[in-house]
Ligand binder design. Structure first.
Ligand SMILES: NC(=O)c1ccc[n+]([C@@H]2O[C@H](COP(=O)([O-])OP(=O)(O)OC[C@H]3O[C@@H](n4cnc5c(N)ncnc54)[C@H](OP(=O)(O)O)[C@@H]3O)[C@@H](O)[C@H]2O)c1
Length: 273
């Protein structure tokens, strides 16, 4: 059961904010202790928030009690609108937990009262089914209790790893933050290739989706490294071997992935505030 020593404010109930929130509600966080601040949540999210009894406010209104955690889950582009609201809401006991890509701890420190505790985290959307992975880093003001609260929140929706060098967060964003989209695209490409190989489109899609999901689950449950799992299903000169000769050739999937991850990390640096 998740418990916080004060209300939780969620600034931005979009894809990521709601993915985290729904995971926390499922794991017992009291909805009456949550306030969502979002000028216009998407209708399907607003319906769910209403059903779950979570208070939604369009603008920042002072709370009766100091928030334990303010989760910042708005797009980096609107951070400048959000900083004044954060400064108003944040109290000495509050930890600001930001998942905004590229928003550096120093930007929060520049806008929040001196001594404010800030944790920068990069989760991913499988958090909505409890299977996210988050990398996080806190500033020097984060107390052990605040770090434990953030760790518990993030761990409630998947695995958590703490880093101690903020410059790693751009590459983290590029690998795990954006990574689920690469895997969905892999399923799309596999299905398209199946059609080109002669399968009806619906069958190709079904085979591709179940293969990607099943291989992911197998990797998750197995103690073996991905490389060993791959070798285990590759007979010398067999069908898988033939395909891997293409994927693993020079300028193959590894080079492509390297370029994709670099593009995402570069963009994260460009968005840095
Ligand atoms: N999606 C991911 O996989 C992922 C992974 C890791 C981290 N993140 C980070 O999570 C953050 C949110 O991304 P997202 O994909 O969830 O975006 P999103 O779906 O657009 O959600 C952002 C939400 O914030 C709302 N908003 C806009 N201005 C606001 C304001 N001034 N105060 C409060 N709320 C406001 C938006 O409303 P409108 O739609 O009306 O503008 C929207 O509901 C980003 O910083 C992103 O870098 C996302």
């Amino acid at each position: 059961m998740l418990y916080l020593d004060g209300p939780l404010v969620l600034a931005g109930a979009g894809n990521m904010g709601y993915a985290l929130l729904s995971g926390w509600l499922e794991r017992g966080l009291d909805p009456s202790r949550i306030v969502v601040q979002d000028p216009a949540p998407a209708p399907h999210i607003k319906v769910k928030l209403d059903e779950q009894g979570v208070k939604v406010q369009a603008t920042v209104a002072p709370l009766n009690e100091a928030p334990a955690v303010i989760l910042v889950a708005v797009k980096p582009q609107v951070m400048d609108q959000v900083f004044p609201a954060l400064a108003k809401l944040s109290q000495p006991k509050t930890v600001v937990l930001s998942v905004a890509a590229g928003c550096q701890i120093g930007s929060f420190e520049a806008h929040l009262p001196k001594g404010s505790a800030v944790v920068r985290a990069m989760p991913n959307t499988p958090a909505s089914i409890g299977r996210g992975i988050t990398a996080a880093i806190g500033n020097a003001n984060v107390t052990d209790k605040q770090r434990a609260a953030c760790d518990a929140l993030l761990r409630a929706v998947g695995e958590v790893t703490w880093v101690n060098d903020e410059s790693l967060m751009d590459a983290v964003t590029a690998v795990s933050g954006s990574g689920p989209a690469y895997v969905f695209y892999l399923a799309e490409c596999l299905a398209q290739a199946g059609v080109k190989a002669g399968l009806p489109a619906d069958l190709a899609e079904k085979l591709a989706v179940w293969t990607v999901a099943g291989a992911g689950e197998l990797m998750h449950r197995s103690d073996l490294e991905p490389e060993i799992l791959r070798r285990n299903v590759t007979s010398p000169n067999g069908t898988t071997y033939a395909a891997l000769q293409v994927l693993m050739a020079e300028n193959g999937l590894c080079d492509l992935m390297e370029r994709a991850v670099k593009a995402a990390a570069d963009r994260s640096r460009e968005l840095a505030k």
